[in-house]
Design a binder for this molecule. Structure first.
Ligand code: SF4
Ligand code: F3S
Length: 78
């Protein structure tokens, strides 16, 4: 699944939500989150994000790993 990472914090551009065909990107307090079960892995949101915050989970850098857990927690899957 795709994960939204650090650059989204306090930026919250929101254009990714318009690009997502299944509306699985949800607004949180300081960033947006992608629902891991609803995302169809189409990748359409990737190039839309002006700060390149969206990353494929298989390509997360070590320092981006906490966002995977934060994402699960946001949807009550912690
Ligand atoms: Fe939505 Fe596709 Fe991005 Fe998943 S990869 S969040 S389905 S636009
Ligand atoms: Fe955040 Fe980028 Fe979407 S800044 S809200 S992930 S377009």
């Amino acid at each position: 699944a795709y994960i939204i990472t650090e650059p989204c914090i306090d930026v919250k551009d929101g254009d990714c939500t318009a690009a997502c065909p299944v509306d699985c990107i949800y607004e949180g307090g300081r960033m947006f989150y992608i629902h891991p079960d609803e995302c169809i892995n189409c990748g359409l949101c990737l190039s839309i994000c002006p700060v390149d915050a969206i990353v494929w989970d298989g390509e997360l850098k070590p320092e981006q790993k906490p966002f995977e857990a934060a994402n699960r927690e946001f949807f009550g899957k912690g």
